[in-house]
Design a protein around this ligand. Structure first.
Ligand SMILES: Cc1cc2nc3c(=O)[nH]c(=O)nc-3n(C[C@H](O)[C@H](O)[C@H](O)COP(=O)(O)OP(=O)(O)OC[C@H]3O[C@@H](n4cnc5c(N)ncnc54)[C@H](O)[C@@H]3O)c2cc1C
Length: 261
């Protein structure tokens, strides 16, 4: 049986499938893979995670939070097979590139998504690894706007054109696009925000840093009381925090004020 994970109904179908399962295999150690891993561990299912990276979520969070995320999942019994890959699945048995196999009752593949661009392509809209929009979320056709996961917009905070797959961004962009369709002229300049929940730990992240020069850590990551600043050319591009919500909001405000200048 194969189930996608897009909706609450999909989520319930996975929970049902997990009921009789003893062991689950997650392919991918990023948001979907690890959040599903946490949720299956709380249901008592044994979980193995196979992924090519050396540290889970390092590409987004950097090494310190990557190590923390790994340790957190290991504390809850997750077994990692990092710098590895699944080469074939035969019935309940998955073959690993490194050698050996993992037997599992349930396999969840969380290896990223691609925006569906066919409709925009057919309409002749400008495309750049997503649907290109300007600061008003207007596509290359003036009467067509785009918002959410599909849109790549000029982000004033990073100075780059970015595409972000997060709930609050999609929600805020929907509001801005709607206002502009009604004749307003609002720039979309909100600082991107997302959260990621693992067991009782929520990591909050604001901004967007695909690359950085330095990460400074305030507080103690292992003690789950920390705030990390990701800087490039001395500018703070993003902030991640655990249990420091007020500081997180202050950092968001500071980033908004820098962009407004
Ligand atoms: C399992 C999962 C967990 C997530 N967890 C988090 C999280 O913890 N935090 C967070 O910030 N974000 C999370 N996200 C991301 C968040 O859900 C998305 O960023 C958000 O839903 C994007 O909204 P959207 O409207 O752009 O796209 P979607 O929610 O994907 O909605 C797009 C809609 O367009 C419809 N559609 C597609 N093509 C067509 C067409 N040709 N014609 C008409 N309709 C069409 C689709 O059916 C769908 O209803 C998660 C996503 C998933 C899948």
């Amino acid at each position: 049986m194969s189930i996608t994970l897009r909706s609450l109904a999909d989520c319930r179908a996975i929970i049902d499938a997990a009921k009789g399962a003893r062991r689950a295999l997650m392919i991918g150690a990023s948001f979907i893979g690890l959040e599903v891993a946490a949720s299956l561990r709380t249901r008592g299912v044994e979980v193995h995670v196979v992924a090519p990276e050396a540290r889970p979520m390092e590409r987004v969070f950097g090494p310190a939070l990557g190590d923390f995320v790994r340790a957190l999942h290991e504390e809850h019994g997750v077994v990692f097979h990092l710098q590895d890959a699944v080469t074939a699945i035969d019935g309940k048995s998955a073959a690993l590139k490194s050698s050996g196999t993992i037997d599992a009752d349930l396999v969840v593949v969380g290896v990223g998504v691609r925006p569906r661009l066919a409709l925009a392509e057919q309409a002749g809209l400008a495309i750049d690894r997503g649907l290109t929009v300007n600061e008003y979320l207007q596509t290359s056709a003036p009467d067509i706007y785009a918002a959410g996961d599909i849109a790549r917009w000029p982000d004033p905070h990073s100075g780059e054109r970015i595409r972000v797959e997060h709930w609050v961004v999609a929600e805020r962009q929907g509001q801005t696009a709607a206002a502009n369709m009604l004749g307003h002229k609002e720039r979309f300049d909100a600082v991107p925000f997302f959260w990621s929940q693992h067991y009782d730990v929520q990591i909050n992240y604001i901004g967007h840093a695909e690359r950085w020069d330095t990460i400074t850590v305030e507080g103690d990551v292992k003690a789950r009381d920390c705030l990390l600043r990701y800087r490039r050319d001395r500018r703070v591009l993003a902030v991640a925090s655990i249990y420091r919500d007020l500081d997180n909001l202050k950092a968001e405000l500071a980033m908004e004020q820098v962009a407004a200048r």
